[in-house]
Design a protein around this ligand. Structure first.
Ligand code: FIX
Ligand code: ZN
Length: 433
């Protein structure tokens, strides 16, 4: 009995230490859809944007009769009101995305129960975007944010042509889905931008694609190059996608020190009527990933998978290939239960050599809830892992805890991008001896 009590006390003391360190360690958010404030209206924030998040759009259609056309014909504020009434008034906001709105409002000092939507709107309308950015980053404990920068998005390229003043906390990441998934459309864009690839996929096309990639990588000061792939993505394969990847994208990444990020297993447009909310999931074929890691040891691959079924295979591949770095609990995995399961699996099999989470925020304020909820799960996972380690006879110091948490919240990612494994090994050995 005495022994049981002391274990529980030791457990709660450990929990408090881990919680304190996890909550105060700043996060590098390695994948979002947020924009540098210099991109003005592209940076979304405020209550209406929170409510029309595509996660909530799909949930709201389940909460009563639906009429897609009427919904899409409505203004953002009408859509927000409709979602508020369905998900927050007519029922309790129990889902992860709905709870997220509540967490966010409370953390900003607002009481979602006290006022109506009009009062919340009034509060946001009195804020300046500059002040709001500062407050949200502070409350969320986020120090840097990777954007998703697409040279194929005309709304975004307008801003790049103006050379916007950059906020160094918002980091570029080059997104190239059309290039790898819809070559015919991508070819038109390349041509319009002055990189004529010609009519067939040959050396001329490769030269044009590489110039396009180089120029955009420089322009946005990209940290990595990224694509999201469908479940049937294959490599090697006799497809435009495999050819462009091998001949243009991977050489570009090697030459310009860019990791290649793959978000695997999204089935786009399962219900097109829901627009962006209509994407689904499928099990990705990770033999393609294994072939890439094996065939291109000089390339570095950052990977997250959308289906739960892929998580173990991804972790095991990462044990086999040091040029593979798993990251985040993406989208439908971003729920407490699945974050806990995935993170425990990764800690058990990879230690701290992965990136615990990315937020995928599309609205600035979401940084608050996504990181608050994820930090709570990380605290539980780490407390359990350190308790087990304590049972084996190793009690971590605060300095060790801080180091490990820093790695999970962005440090491992930085090390992976630097990629100087051999150099580090030698210097670590000489430091130790
Ligand atoms: O491909 C992606 O980057 C996805 O994250 C998005 O397409 C998706 O809409 C999303 O917001 C998921 O969280
Ligand atoms: Zn995303």
């Amino acid at each position: 009995m005495t022994q049981y009590t002391s274990t529980v006390q030791a457990g709660s003391e450990l929990f408090s230490r881990v919680e304190r360190i996890v909550s105060r360690t700043p996060v590098a958010d390695i994948h979002t859809h947020l924009y540098d404030p210099g991109f003005r209206s592209l940076l979304k924030w405020g209550i209406d944007e929170l409510l029309v998040y595509h996660y909530l759009v799909s949930e709201s259609f389940r909460a009563g009769p639906w009429d897609y056309d009427r919904f899409w014909a409505s203004s953002t504020s009408q859509q927000a009101e409709w979602i508020w009434n369905r998900l927050f008034v007519a029922q309790s906001p129990l889902s992860e995305a709905a709870r997220g709105v509540i967490t966010t409002l409370n953390a900003l000092g607002l009481d979602p129960r006290a006022g109506d939507l009009a009062a919340l709107r009034q509060w946001f309308s009195l804020r300046s975007s500059e002040k709001h950015v500062e407050q949200v980053l502070e409350v969320a404990g986020v120090e840097s944010i990777c954007m998703t920068n697409s040279p194929f998005d005309p709304e975004e390229t307008v801003y790049w042509r103006e050379t916007p003043r950059r906020d160094p906390r918002f980091v570029g990441a080059l997104r190239i889905d059309p290039l790898l998934l819809h070559w015919k459309e991508a070819r038109t864009t390349l041509k319009e931008q002055g990189y004529d690839p010609g009519d067939s996929l040959n050396d001329t096309a490769i030269t044009a694609i590489r110039r396009f990639l180089e120029d955009w990588t420089r322009r946005i000061e990209s940290r990595y190059c990224m694509v999201s792939t469908p479940p049937d993505f294959a490599f090697p394969a006799d497809t435009d996608s495999a050819w462009i990847l091998e001949k243009a994208v991977l050489p570009h990444c090697r030459e310009h020190g860019q990791a290649f990020a793959m978000m695997m297993g999204v089935r786009r447009g399962v219900n097109p009527q829901l627009r962006m909310a209509g994407d689904g999931v499928g099990q990705a074929d990770l033999t393609a990933l294994a072939a890439l890691c094996r065939g291109f040891p000089e390339n570095r691959f950052l990977v997250t998978c959308l289906s739960r079924e892929c998580q173990q295979e991804l972790v095991i591949l990462a044990r086999k290939f040091p040029n593979l770095h798993p990251f985040g609990c993406w989208w439908f995995n971003n729920t407490p239960q699945l974050i806990e399961e995935t993170t425990t699996l990764r800690l058990d099999l990879l230690g701290t050599s992965f990136t615990f989470q990315h937020s995928d925020s599309r609205v600035l304020d979401q940084l608050i809830y996504k990181w608050k909820h994820s930090r709570a799960v990380l605290t539980q996972c780490l407390t359990r892992a350190y308790t087990q380690l304590g049972g084996a006879g190793w009690v971590p110091t605060d300095i060790e805890l801080e180091r490990d948490v820093r790695r999970l919240l962005g440090g491992s990612f930085d090390e992976f991008l630097l990629g100087d494994r051999a150099g580090r090994f030698e210097s670590e050995v000489s430091r130790a001896s």
